[in-house]
Design a protein around this ligand. Structure first.
Ligand SMILES: C[S@@+](CC[C@H](N)C(=O)[O-])C[C@H]1O[C@@H](n2cnc3c(N)ncnc32)[C@H](O)[C@@H]1O
Length: 204
């Protein structure tokens, strides 16, 4: 589901970018069970492309394929990033629940808070597992159902209401998709909001 205008403003601004660079990115990096340097990386729900910069600069991805359902977000990323990463960056408008990539293509998948926007979210987790190479890593941060049910989220944002997940549900979906979480899932806070993050590995 695409962002409404409130969430678009909250996401696409320098404060959010600073938080992502200084706190969220390093937090995810710290959870990675293996090296990420040189990985062919998929960014799901790349927004205006700060995720892409983090993938290259912090995670040291060799290439980044970044997707977003919303063509306007992809266009914002295209404009912001310009030709900075040359042919190492590919930006595509598509649905994370129907990834148009061959199986086993990526060594790393990064999810900065997008899967809770997807009605058929378990399909997205299964797709992510499918496109990971054996030994590949899936690093995620997500907003739980308990937070989406608060009046602030309900009043100001648009999210699918049915079949949302808390951290244990997400962990189970990863396991059902064939990913090994190994207990690497934890709560954290983005300013005053509750979230969770973690790292799963596709077994060799
Ligand atoms: C909360 S924003 C996060 C954007 C970016 N990752 C960030 O942290 O700034 C969620 C993003 O997911 C995108 N999105 C929503 N549903 C999607 C789907 N099914 N597939 C891919 N992207 C999706 C939205 O368009 C939006 O850009």
């Amino acid at each position: 589901m695409k962002l409404n205008w409130v969430e678009t403003l909250v996401m696409n601004n320098p404060v959010r970018a600073g938080l992502q660079r200084r706190r969220e990115g390093p937090g995810l990096r710290g959870l990675a069970p293996g090296p990420t340097e040189g990985a062919a990386t998929l960014v799901v729900g790349c927004g205006r492309g700060v995720d892409v910069e983090i993938a290259f600069e912090l995670f040291k991805a060799s290439t980044v394929t970044a997707i977003d359902l919303d063509e306007r977000q992809v266009e914002r990323a295209r404009r912001r990033l310009g030709s900075r990463y040359g042919s190492a960056l590919e930006l595509i408008a598509c649905d994370a629940a129907e990834l148009p990539f061959e199986s086993g293509r990526f060594g790393l998948v990064l999810d900065f808070g997008i899967i809770h926007h997807i009605p058929e979210w378990k399909k997205a987790v299964a797709q992510i597992s499918r496109v990971l190479t054996p030994g590949g890593q899936f690093l995620f941060e997500e907003i739980p159902k308990s937070e989406l049910d608060t009046w602030v989220y309900r009043f100001f944002t648009d999210h699918p209401r049915e079949d949302r997940f808390n951290a244990p549900d997400f962990a189970q979906a990863c396991t059902e998709a064939g990913l090994d979480l190994g207990g690497r899932i934890e709560p954290f806070r983005i300013l005053v909001f509750n979230a969770f993050r973690g790292a799963a590995v596709k077994p060799e």
